[in-house]
Write a protein that binds this ligand. Structure first.
Ligand code: ADP
Ligand code: MG
Length: 276
C-alpha cells in the first residue's frame, strides 16, 4: 500500500500575456494517512500553487498528485481546503451555520444529519453559539474558526490548510494552532499545513518539509521529535524546539543563497529522485 498522498515530479508553469512563471520546479514528497505535515517555504515560493494542484483546482504542467492511489484531476471527494483569506471564503450574506452547511449539500445527507454535523463542527472550534451570526459580525480569528468548522463538517480524510493564520493576531494564532493539533488528535485526519512561518511549522508538525524559494524544490524533510502534548508555554522554549527551528531556518537561508541541500541526495540539480 502506497502513501495516502503522493506528489511526484510536480511542476507548474504559469503562462499567459507574454509572461512565463515557473512557480514550482520539481516537487516530490509523500504524506501517510493520519500524518500532520507542515510545508514551510518563503512567500512566493509556490505553496499555494502546490496546494491548488493537490486539490485538483489547477492542472500541473508536469508530474502528478495521487490520493489513495488515484490521480487527482479535479477536486477529490474526501478532501477539504482552508484558504488563507477567510474574509473571501465565507459568504457574507449567509449566516455562520449556513456557511458551514454549504459544502454538505453536495453529499447525500438528510437535513437532520447536516444540521448535526454543523452543530458538532461549530462546537469543535469553540463557536457553538455563533450559528445565527453573520461572518462580518465576527472577529478575524472567529471567521477563520468558521472556515475550519466548514472543513470539519465535511468530514474530510485530508485537510489542506494554506497559511490559515497569517492574518490573525499572535494570541489568536496561538489558540488556533492548538485547535488544529487538538482536532488532528481527536479526529485522526491527515493534515497538510502550509506556512511561511518557521516556528509555526515546527510547533505544529510531526514532520516538516522545507521548500526552497521559487522555482520550488524540496529542500529537506525533518521529523519533529518533540513530545506529543505540545503547549505554547513549554514547547517553544524547549532546547529541542530551538535546534529544530534553527535547522529549518538554516535550510531556508541556504536555499536563498542557492547552496546545495545536504543529505544523501541532492535535489537542486533538478534530477528526479526518490525522497530523502
Ligand atoms: P506562495 O503561496 O508560496 O506565496 P504562490 O503559489 O502564490 O506562492 O506563487 C508562486 C509564484 O507563482 C509567484 O511568483 C506568483 O507570482 C506566481 N503566480 C501565482 N499564481 C499565478 C497566476 N495565476 N498566474 C501567473 N503567475 C502566478
Ligand atoms: Mg500562498
Amino acid at each position: 500500500m502506497g502513501a495516502l498522498l503522493d506528489v511526484s515530479g510536480l511542476n507548474k508553469v504559469y503562462e499567459g500575456a507574454g509572461r512565463r512563471v515557473e512557480a514550482v520546479r520539481d516537487l516530490t514528497f509523500t504524506v501517510e494517512a493520519g500524518e500532520l505535515v507542515c510545508l514551510v517555504g518563503p512567500s512566493g515560493c509556490g505553496k499555494t500553487t502546490l496546494l491548488k494542484c493537490m486539490s485538483g483546482l489547477l492542472a500541473p504542467t508536469a508530474g502528478r498528485v495521487t490520493l489513495a492511489g488515484r490521480v487527482v484531476n479535479g477536486p477529490p471527494p474526501g478532501m477539504a481546503f482552508v484558504f488563507q483569506e477567510y474574509g473571501r471564503s465565507l459568504l457574507p450574506w449567509m449566516r455562520v451555520g449556513d456557511n458551514v452547511e454549504l459544502p454538505l449539500r453536495q453529499k447525500t445527507l438528510t437535513k437532520a444529519r447536516r444540521r448535526e454535523l454543523v452543530v458538532d463542527a461549530l462546537h469543535s472550534v469553540g463557536l457553538a453559539d455563533a450559528a445565527g451570526a453573520y461572518p462580518w459580525q465576527l472577529s478575524g480569528g472567529m471567521q477563520q474558526r468558521v472556515a475550519i468548522a466548514r472543513a470539519l463538517a465535511y468530514e474530510p480524510d485530508v485537510l489542506l490548510m494554506d497559511e490559515p493564520f497569517a492574518a490573525v493576531d499572535a494570541q489568536t494564532r496561538a489558540d488556533l494552532e492548538d485547535l488544529v493539533r487538538g482536532l488532528w488528535r481527536e479526529r485522526g485526519m491527515t493534515i497538510l499545513f502550509v506556512t511561511h512561518d518557521i516556528d509555526e511549522a515546527v510547533y505544529l508538525g510531526e514532520r516538516v518539509i522545507v521548500l526552497s524559494g521559487s522555482p520550488t524544490v524540496v529542500r529537506e524533510e525533518l521529523t519533529i521529535d518533540l513530545p506529543d502534548g505540545r503547549d505554547q508555554l513549554h514547547t517553544r522554549v524547549a532546547p529541542r524546539f530551538a535546534e529544530l527551528r534553527t535547522r529549518v531556518y538554516e535550510q531556508i537561508q541556504a536555499a536563498k543563497r542557492g547552496t546545495p541541500a545536504p543529505g544523501p541526495v541532492d535535489r537542486i540539480e533538478g534530477v528526479p529522485q526518490d525522497r530523502i
